[in-house]
Design a protein around this ligand. Sequence first.
Ligand code: UT7
Length: 314
Amino acid sequence: PEKRLTNEDLAQMVDTNDEWITQRTGIKERRIAAENESTATLAVQAGRRAIESAGLKPDDIDLVIVATITPEMMFPSTACTVAYQLGCVGKAAFDLSAACTGFVYALHTASAFVRSGQFQNVLIIGAETLSRVTDYTDRASCIIFGDGAGAVVVSRSKEPNTGLLYGQIHSDGGPLSEAMLLKPGSRHPITQELLACRDQYMKIKGREVYKFAVSKFEELIRDAMTVCELTPQTLSLIIPHQVNQRIIDSAMEKLALPSEKAYVNIDRYGNTSAASIPIALDEAFRAGRIRKGDHVIFVAFGGGLTWGNAVVRM
Ligand code: UT7
């Protein structure tokens, strides 16, 4: 979306300031969906551009996966309306909910469908309108999130040793599963009491998530590099979920990797959950940071908890 919400804007809304937000998160501004925009409208824009960039027509797409935690509505799935609006008529479509790990989960899912021979081209879209579930009276969370969408097409290739080379996805629904929470649902239907507690908005426990994220990022990058025998020289780029500049910096430092090996754009978009990796991927491509043959690592963790990595040779 075009609309920007800066740190200065937030300082007018809650007790915060640009210095605190910049130092603790690296975020300077985020994008916010306009009234006439929604997860589906952002997803359609990103999906259309991805299909065009891949040199395909909508009819060539066999499956549309929308990774999101801010779906258009509870049901039907956002993917159904997005596939329809893109002109992927009659094609398979479903949503995938893995919070900030949504894009990595979707990449593994798409790859499995392509490898099995069932589908030739799968469109994956990470799309979020987190502003719709953000409590703009809660300074602990409202500074973090932004809206956006990014998309890729995963296709069957005859070239050996390209595409998704390796990766793993995980979950843990134990105690930390409530560290990031949006209550309305079958366990907590919407009631006056729920609304009075502002539980229609996302709640986060930033500290707990922070500690988990730092160790997971380090572990997932190390695992990807070890299994694929990548060195700081042969690894082209890491595209991490844009969670917090400090979390990314700390993992890179522990791995003794130069900070420029991680692509970071959190300063301009904040945390856009499932959309953050595909948005960063698109920017990295356009900036010439990724070329054919490069090894790129995607790494993410998020609500659920969920986490995963993926090594892709472009
Ligand atoms: O993608 C997954 C979802 N993401 C997350 O769940 C976020 C992960 N966590 C984080 O990114 C960081 O933990 C935060 C950015 C949320 C918070 O940074 P922190 O360094 O962990 O700060 P903190 O929560 O420990 O708070 C430090 C202080 C507190 O004051 P006291 O108790 O030390 O007096 C907070 O009340 O900063 C205060 N604080 C703020 N001050 C100014 C909290 N939020 C703000 C704010 N502006 N927006």
